[in-house]
Design a protein around this ligand. Structure first.
Ligand SMILES: [Mg+2]
Length: 148
């Protein structure tokens, strides 16, 4: 399956809602962001099961900055969608949703937003919604995916 992950409040906290794996000071200085505890294990487990990982954020981080963060955290997602790319596709397909992973051939999208869950129901894309305070998120996502 092609599985995408939201960034803000899912893999990178707005404040301190979840623990991150800190990056070293030099990387931090060049703008590399720290990812949620468990991100690496989760991505590796999913990739070992043959799934393809994508990043889908509506934030306006550049593609370069997204790639920098994931690559320097030792992760290599297959595809990246930022706010700009998402908006281009939504416009092209005249879709009113804030995100539509289906337009990118994505089978499942992981997000923190209840609004995205509702859009998933309306626009028929599969979601898993993870609360920022959920410490068991890696296990729950892996278990959920096994049932699909
Ligand atoms: Mg979010």
């Amino acid at each position: 399956m092609r599985i995408s992950f939201d960034i803000d409040n899912t893999l990178i906290p707005y404040v301190d809602d979840f623990e991150v794996t800190p990056v070293n000071i030099f990387w931090k200085l060049i703008g590399v962001e720290s990812l949620r505890e468990g991100t690496k294990e989760l991505f590796q487990a999913l990739q070992n099961q043959g799934h393809e990982i994508w990043i889908y954020t509506s934030s306006h981080r550049s593609l370069f900055s997204l790639k920098k963060t994931f690559l320097l955290n030792g992760l290599n997602p297959k595809g990246y969608i930022n706010g700009k790319r998402s908006e281009q596709y939504l416009k092209k397909y005249a879709c009113d949703a804030s995100k539509n992973p289906k337009l990118f051939g994505i089978d499942l999208h992981v997000d923190d937003s209840e609004g995205v869950r509702m859009e998933g129901n309306e626009y028929e894309f599969e979601t898993i919604i993870v609360h920022p305070k959920n410490k068991n998120w890696v296990t729950e996502i892996l278990q959920h995916i096994e049932t699909l």
